[in-house]
Design a binder for this molecule. Structure first.
Ligand code: DCP
Ligand code: MG
Length: 647
């Protein structure tokens, strides 16, 4: 059922009699089945605070109030909250940050060093951008631990958890909340009067709810606060208790703080988690949605921060939700196309019926490097291919490739020379356990094929990816069974949604189809128009990479080869050429560029584009991890790191 284009039902409603809820038995039943059309739905979004910075704080054992930032080359990619109090943000260079806070610990991310066998924390990484490649493995490992803990905290048969990026998850708590509601209020389990599910529920036997330390979004109307709670308030309170317990467990067991939003859908819960940070949770009750959104700039809403948001601002000449609420749906459809107009109309009313998708299996893996200066021969390229294959293979091992639980079917190499991108793909031979030398040899073969196409040096970017993951077999099943399972897995990948009825009704239209030429897709520029800014670092927005790992690879490239200027995907960032597998990932990334530009403009700081001009000898504080490694000697393996063999 499509949601009606109004605000979600606000509780309580009068008129059904003083002892009846505005909600019906049907609404309650829908809650048990995760239906996106239940007005009692409860969705939470949990986002780690200053995630990479917290990973480093935990790893290094620093004091909680010690300002710390995570450095990538000469820029910062994560800043903890004590450091933010000094005005330090991602827009700062390391040198600027140190001026603001001399006691700042600026920890460089781990890197793979050209020719090395494993990633490590290198003291001198910042001055070796040409020979090092960033490794996000330390953060991926912590992310996995947190994700597992969240899943373990929830009842196995009543959980729906979607990993949205390296440090955020959505939880659809509806079924669990339903079960708790029935335990706490056994009357709700009685059949409806006259066996009619459209009968209203009895009103909750409570007149006030204890929100503990939650940040409650204010209501517009003081009277509304005085109204008794209805079941949607009770449901969201139960959801909030669940989230509070999860956050406490993450803190107790793994020492990380996170923030959360609890609301009736994904869009609102995500706005909630960012509303008050760090270490807080915000509840947006249905009755508060109108007030919460009306005061907001719509450009803060997911998918409206980038070009689409700009387009809406210039079309309707406002940034305010309050003013946009006055625009009729027909006018929005006329100006933006049917899909986008309808989506926008619903979104600013807090309506979002997108599902929490618990599919968490990785669909592709990418390892890439932009070269500055460019590399000039195959020996150099092969050294990088060795790192890429080691990087990818270590992730494959975690996916269970050695036990044949999951394995990729295709390998792709992209190569950029001037503005020309060449790519080659091949099928990974099946039938035997995939090992690293096989992967490395395949990558070298692809490079040879690309080199035979003509002038390929100097090369500015190489990226290796594997995709088309299939479930393998274990035990004594034969290869035939394995292939059959693979086909099944592939066909099931084509229809990942568990419930197609209304699952994507409120997703941005670009994610669904491309029939509408005024759809959200047109805001995403094609590769031909792409210009890379000098000195920008492709690896910087790591959320894109994480996203890319989770998403499906497109099509089955088989063993085709292409020399082209056309886009590798339709979702390449026009600013830094990072590629994304879907519109949403790209949009998030564009939002980040825009936010950074605004910050840069406002503060007149050095932009990342100018970072290459920052002298190499700009020193950062000695990394606190230095005691963990000896230069040139055998390095101790970092926690969670395994030594890799090379072919
Ligand atoms: N990240 C990055 N580049 C960006 C944005 C993020 O490398 N442009 C990385 C570093 C972050 C992590 O992703 O620690 C998570 O991103 P968030 O946007 O959630 O930011 P933080 O977790 O650092 O801070 P917050 O407390 O605001 O969530
Ligand atoms: Mg975060």
């Amino acid at each position: 059922m499509s949601p009606s284009p109004t605000f979600p039902i606000s509780s309580p409603v009068h008129g059904s009699g003083p002892s009846r809820s505005q909600f019906t038995y049907r609404h309650l039943n829908l809650l048990a089945s995760y239906s996106t059309s239940s007005p009692l739905r409860v969705v939470a979004h949990i986002d780690l605070d200053a995630f990479y910075a917290q990973c480093e704080m935990v790893r290094l054992g620093t004091a909680e109030d010690q300002p710390l930032a995570v450095q990538q080359w000469n820029g910062l990619i994560a800043v903890n909250y004590p450091a933010r109090e000094f005005g330090i943000g991602r827009h700062c260079t390391v040198a600027d940050a140190k001026k603001l806070c001399p006691q700042l610990i600026s920890q460089h991310v781990a890197t793979w060093k050209e020719g090395d066998e494993k990633w490590a924390y290198h003291d001198d990484a910042a001055s070796h951008i040409e020979t090092h490649k960033v490794s996000l493995d330390p953060y991926r490992l912590e992310s996995r631990k947190i994700f597992s803990l969240i899943k373990d905290s929830l009842p196995p048969n009543l959980q729906r958890v979607e990993k949205a990026s390296i440090d955020e998850v959505f939880l659809d708590l509806s079924a669990q909340v339903h079960s708790i509601l029935l335990q706490r209020f056994p009357d709700l389990a009685s059949p409806p009067p006259y066996d009619d599910p459209t009968e209203n529920l009895p009103a909750p036997p409570i007149t006030a709810l204890d929100w503990k330390a939650d940040a409650l979004v204010d209501l517009n109307d003081a009277d509304a606060e005085a109204d008794d709670p209805d079941w949607d308030d009770v449901a969201i309170l139960i959801g909030s208790e669940i989230v509070r317990d999860i956050r406490a467990e993450i803190r107790r067991t793994l020492r990380y703080t996170c923030s959360a939003g609890v609301a009736s859908n994904k869009m609102l819960s995500k706005l909630g988690s960012g509303h008050k940070k760090p270490n807080q949770q915000t509840v947006i009750r249905n009755r508060a949605v109108h007030h919460f959104l009306s005061d907001m700039k719509f450009t803060k809403i997911r998918n409206l921060g980038g070009k689409l948001g700009d387009q809406v601002v210039s079309t309707f000449n406002t940034e305010s939700v309050r003013e946009l609420l006055l625009v009729p749906v027909e006018q929005m459809k006329l100006k933006l196309g049917d899909d986008t107009g309808f989506w926008l109309y619903n979104t600013i009313r807090g309506i979002d019926s997108s599902e929490v998708n618990s599919r968490t299996q990785i669909k592709s893996m990418l390892s890439a490097k932009s070269f500055r200066p460019s590399i000039n021969d195959s020996d150099q390229a092969i050294k990088w291919l060795r790192i890429f294959t080691a990087d990818i293979f270590s992730r494959l091992v975690e996916e269970g490739v050695l036990e044949n639980r999951r394995r990729p079917k295709t390998i792709n190499l992209h190569h950029r020379h001037d503005s020309q991108t060449r790519s080659r793909s091949s099928t990974i031979p099946q039938g035997k356990i995939l090992d690293e030398p096989t992967l490395f040899n395949l990558a070298k073969t692809l490079l040879k094929q690309i080199m035979s196409d003509g002038k390929v040096w100097p090369c500015a970017n190489l990226s290796l990816s594997v995709g088309g993951f299939e479930d393998g077999v274990s035990g004594n099943m034969g290869i035939g069974a394995f292939l059959l399972r693979g086909d099944e897995a592939r066909s099931s990948n084509l229809t990942p949604k568990e419930d197609s009825a209304d699952s994507s009704a409120c997703e941005p239209p670009g994610k669904k189809r491309r029939v509408d030429n005024l759809s959200i897709q047109r805001f995403f520029p094609k590769r031909e128009t792409c210009l890379r800014r000098e000195g920008e670092v492709e690896e910087r927005d790591t959320r894109g990479e994480e996203q890319q790992q989770r998403d499906d690879t497109r099509g089955d490239p088989g063993s085709d080869s292409q020399v082209r200027r056309a886009p590798i995907t339709d979702h390449q960032c026009p600013r830094c050429s990072t590629e994304f597998e879907n519109a949403e990932a790209l949009q998030n990334h564009l939002d980040w560029h825009m936010a950074k530009d605004l910050q840069d403009e406002e503060r007149g700081k050095t932009t990342f584009a100018n970072l290459s001009a920052v002298p190499r000898d700009q020193k950062r504080a000695p990394a606190s991890s230095s005691k963990k490694q000896s230069r040139g000697g055998t390095r101790k393996l970092e926690h969670g790191q395994s030594k890799l063999k090379f072919g």
